[in-house]
Every structure is written in structure tokens, then in C-alpha cells.
Write a protein that binds this ligand. Structure first.
Ligand code: COA
Ligand code: MG
Length: 295
């Protein structure tokens, strides 16, 4: 038995902070920061000469614990790199919540990573970076691997995608919009959680907030982050607002009225409201409750 996508799909993952596992100071700081997820990176953020040290530091940090409610993932190097097999073996033997694997192109890649985790704890999840041109045509098939493997979450890798496409990563992210929305739809079709890519401009919080709101609009569960200053604004954007909750409560109350029993469509606050909106309203209230419970 492995952790299925549905076991973990409702967990709040508004903010997922990356840090190079080779950075001891960042590792210590991550235990005190209000992010929902910590991703200890062994891949892009770690130079080749620091790979072994970073792996040892990540495994030691997970063993030491102290991350509280934060879900801890370790991002491995690709399975075909010189560090991949050792990373996967070390992570499989750890108590990390998830292994995040880079540059997934196809369902076959997911099968290979899943096989490498054969001996891992049953609850260890497989998370995948969606960041290559080849993955674009394979999104539904990659997502369908959640039915039979540990796959439960995707993170968009917009920096790698920009590099491969030779596209420009501008504030409005125009070149990536079709890909981002197709990825959200493919993930949702299989109950996979999905997080937006990073915003490199960590000194410009207004720009960051605008990009984060764009991610919320697309339906992402949260956003991957590179700097502590991005956490609070990200948590705010991805938490149901007072207005959202007031709407949700009004919808739930309206459908509970005796005169609305058995109806599929009613009027709430002057707007057509259907049973599908009731489902959305219940989900918002549930998410708000889960966020409250984490505090
Ligand atoms: N996680 C935890 N702590 C972090 C952090 C992170 N991602 N980024 C910065 N910090 C800490 C610093 O250690 C510093 O701590 P201090 O106040 O105790 O000294 C504080 O936050 C302020 O850092 P700052 O000086 O503003 O940033 P910097 O110039 O040192 O680092 C980056 C900038 C971008 C190099 C750094 O934020 C980073 O490495 N981010 C993650 C990169 C990454 O993992 N990329 C892979 C995925 S895209
Ligand atoms: Mg990458």
C-alpha cells in the first residue's frame, strides 16, 4: 500500500519554500518559518562539488526533525545523473514526507522513480517537477500514474521551462499560460495537488503578489518559493479570504433552508447558485478549517 493522491490532496500547501540543502543557515531558519512545505534541494540550487555534502545534510536534517507541521520534501537529482541513484536510495531510507523528482518527461519516468522507492516507507509520496517541453504532450498520461504509484503532487518548474522553450519569463508569464492551465486541469483530473513555479524577483513583493494571484486564478493549491519574504504574502493569497468565507457560509445556509430542499439551482445574493457552488463552498470552509488547525 502506498500513500494515494486522495490521502494527501486536501492538506494545505499554500507555500513551499526551496532551500539548497547545502546551506546550513537556511536549513536552521526553515524550521522557524511559516511555510506549509519545505523542499530541501539537492538539484538545481546545489553546485556539483557540493552534491554529496548536500545529500548528507538533507538526510541529517530530516532525521533531526524540528520542522513541526511543515511537510518536508527532498528534491533529488535526476535518476540518470551521476548523483540520482544515491539520492533516491538515501531519501527512500529517510522519514521525508516526499521525494521531489526533476524533469519528468513521461509516465515511464514516473514508473522508474516509483520503482526506485520500492523499499521506502508506505507513506512516502512521489512529487514531480513539471518543467520540460517533452512533458507538455504527456500531461494526462503522467497524471494518470497517480492511480498506480506514489505520485501525489506536481510542482511547475517555470525556470527550466523558460530555458528549454527559449521563452522569456516576464511578469505576466504569457508564454507559459496554456501550459500552466493544462497542467492544472491534468492534475485535477487525477486528484493530484499542484503548486505554481517560483518567482525569481524576491526583492519585488508587489510583482510577487501579482504573480501569486495569477497562480490562484489558475487553480493552483499554492506556490513554490525561494525566499522567506515570499511566505506571508503567499499564505495570504492562498488562504480563503473573509469575503470567500462569507459567500461560502451564505451558500451553505441557503441550501439548508427548508424551501430549498431538493432544488439544484437557487438565488443567493442575487446570483444563480447551483449544487456545484455548494460543493465549492464546502471545500472553502474545509480548507479554512485545515489552515486554522495547522496554526
Ligand atoms: N530558505 C531559508 N532561509 C533563507 C532562504 C531560503 N530559501 N533564502 C534566504 N534565507 C535566509 C538567509 O539565510 C538570511 O538569513 P539571516 O537573516 O538569518 O541571515 C535571510 O533569509 C535573508 O536572506 P537574504 O540576504 O535576503 O538572501 P540571500 O541573498 O542570502 O539569498 C538566494 C538569496 C536567492 C540565493 C536565496 O534566497 C536562496 O538560496 N533561495 C533558494 C534557492 C533555491 O533553492 N532554488 C531552487 C529552486 S528554484
Ligand atoms: Mg528545475
Amino acid at each position: 500500500m502506498t500513500a494515494s493522491a486522495s490521502d494527501t490532496a486536501h492538506r494545505p500547501r499554500r507555500s513551499a519554500l526551496y532551500l539548497p540543502a547545502s546551506n546550513a543557515k537556511a536549513l536552521a531558519k526553515a524550521r522557524t518559518l511559516p511555510c506549509d512545505v519545505v523542499v530541501l534541494d539537492l538539484e538545481d540550487a546545489v553546485a556539483p562539488e557540493a552534491k554529496e555534502e548536500a545529500r548528507a545534510a538533507a538526510i541529517a536534517a530530516v532525521a533531526e526533525g524540528g520542522f513541526g507541521h511543515r511537510e518536508v520534501a527532498i528534491r533529488a537529482n535526476g535518476i540518470d545523473t551521476e548523483w540520482g541513484a544515491a539520492d533516491l536510495a538515501a531519501i527512500a531510507g529517510s522519514q521525508a514526507a516526499a521525494v521531489l523528482v526533476p524533469k519528468v518527461n513521461s509516465p515511464e519516468d514516473i514508473a522508474r522513480y516509483d520503482a526506485a522507492l520500492l523499499g521506502a516507507a508506505p507513506q512516502m509520496q512521489l512529487w514531480a517537477m513539471i518543467e520540460t517541453c517533452e512533458s507538455v504532450g504527456n500531461l494526462p498520461r503522467i497524471a494518470a500514474m497517480a492511480r498506480t504509484t506514489r505520485l501525489s503532487l506536481w510542482i511547475m518548474g517555470t525556470n527550466d521551462l523558460a530555458k528549454e522553450m527559449r521563452a522569456q519569463l516576464t511578469p505576466c508569464r504569457t508564454p507559459f499560460l496554456p501550459f500552466l492551465s493544462m497542467a492544472v486541469a491534468a492534475a485535477r483530473a487525477e486528484g493530484i495537488a499542484i503548486l505554481d513555479g517560483v518567482c525569481n524577483e524576491f526583492r519585488d513583493i508587489d510583482l510577487f503578489e501579482a504573480e501569486t494571484r495569477q497562480g490562484l486564478m489558475f487553480g493552483f493549491d499554492g506556490k513554490s518559493l525561494i525566499h522567506p519574504a515570499q511566505i506571508e504574502p503567499c499564505n495570504t493569497v492562498f488562504s480563503p479570504s473573509e469575503t470567500d468565507l462569507a459567500w461560502a457560509q451564505a451558500v451553505i445556509a441557503a441550501f439548508a433552508l427548508p424551501e430549498n430542499q431538493g432544488k439544484g439551482a437557487i438565488r443567493v445574493d442575487g446570483k444563480m447558485t447551483e449544487l456545484l457552488h455548494l460543493e465549492q463552498a464546502r471545500r472553502l470552509v474545509e480548507v479554512a478549517g485545515l489552515i486554522q488547525a495547522m496554526k
